[in-house]
Design a protein around this ligand. Structure first.
Ligand code: SAM
Length: 333
């Protein structure tokens, strides 16, 4: 790298850091001073927002413009309104994961995570609170996923098993594209109830079934499914846990049936920062969760008796995920 290129790279990193820090401070200050809240009742000018929050108009106008650039607020003719994402930011996700990030120094000192979402004791209650928000986040990616698999065209009339399915967003999106497909979600009892609610609201209740319980122990059936979806699950399992689970999934598939793993797959260019933050966040909320490389996932699949594992990135937000599709082999290794 010559001196000019080095300087450019350093400047890019510097301005990137400045922007990320500034954006975080602007967002947090707006939340603390009730700026988003002031717009919740309806659109308003900078003067109206300032008055509602007891602030000065001129700096509030600057803040609102920065929030427009961040995407939480929209402006039309000097009038500001909440952007759609702001609805989402009023709930559990209002603080953008601060409860985890605040714990980072302690995590670094002690090596102990804040939560153990991968433990049998905590998993059900933790995910019960999170899967609906996850569905919202994953919907566009699930649609792209269903398109990539050719659901309704190359692949149709499928009996789909959605392992650790959460809201069922991945499998239900497939069923929505193909009237001949059915969905069975395997997850904790409280979570499959949430998936059943999603199925009802999507008009898919008649084609929905559930296997409540621990997916490491529940009866997933034998040779009963054409396609198994394992989405955002491999990162909460250890390598051994993944191989054991994938073996059970293999047995649940008919000969020639397929598995589609969806997960964060590192090293996708633009996705490098989100993927590494995701891996750090996993450390904060799980005991043994980790981002497994595509090669590692392919290895687990081979060990569990799958073949021809093909990896493809999912070109949809958050641009960190990929699919690994493989076919059930004849004999597990
Ligand atoms: C990260 S969420 C992914 C949910 C969904 N597949 C998605 O992508 O939106 C992981 C899911 O696995 C479920 N899960 C984790 N451990 C489990 C276990 N041992 N048995 C059954 N479900 C489990 C959780 O309840 C949760 O719904």
């Amino acid at each position: 790298m010559n001196a000019a290129t080095e300087q450019l790279a350093a400047l890019q990193a510097y301005f990137g850091l400045m922007n990320m820090n500034g954006a975080a401070r602007v967002y947090r200050t707006a939340q603390e001073l009730g700026v988003h809240e002031a717009l919740r009742g309806g659109a308003g000018t900078a003067a109206e927002v300032a008055a509602a929050c007891g602030l000065h108009e001129a700096p509030v106008a600057l803040l609102l413009d920065a929030l427009c650039a961040l995407g939480t607020v929209e402006a039309t003719d000097g009038c500001y309104a909440l952007a759609p994402v702001a609805n989402f930011l009023s709930g559990n996700y209002r603080n953008l994961g601060d409860e985890y990030w605040d714990f980072l120094p302690t995590f670094l000192r002690t090596g102990t995570p804040l939560a153990r979402m991968d433990s049998v004791e905590q998993s059900e209650a933790q995910y019960e609170q999170q899967v609906s928000a996850l569905a919202w986040m994953m919907t566009p990616a699930a649609e792209v996923f269903a398109g990539m698999l050719g659901i309704g065209s190359e692949r149709k009339s499928l009996r789909i098993l959605d392992v650790g399915g959460g809201s069922g967003i991945w499998s239900l999106t497939c069923a929505q594209r193909d009237a001949g497909s059915t969905v069975t979600v395997s997850d904790w009892p409280a979570v499959v109830d949430i998936a059943a609610g999603f199925a009802r609201r999507m008009g898919l209740a008649e084609r929905f079934d559930a296997i409540p319980g621990n997916y490491h122990e529940a009866d997933l059936g034998s040779g009963a499914f054409d396609l198994a979806i394992v989405a955002n699950v491999t990162h909460i399992e250890t390598p051994e846990g993944n191989v054991a689970l994938l073996r059970r999934v293999r047995d649940a598939l008919r000969p020639g049936g397929e598995i589609a793993i969806v997960d964060v797959i590192p090293a996708q260019g633009e996705g490098r920062l989100p993927a590494s933050l995701y891996a750090l966040g996993l450390g904060l909320r799980t005991e043994s969760g980790r981002v497994h490389s595509a090669a590692a996932l392919q290895g687990y699949l081979a060990d569990a008796g799958f073949r021809n594992a093909q990896v493809e990135p999912i070109p949809a937000p958050p641009f960190t995920m990929g699919i690994v599709v493989a076919s059930r082999g004849e004999q597990p290794c």
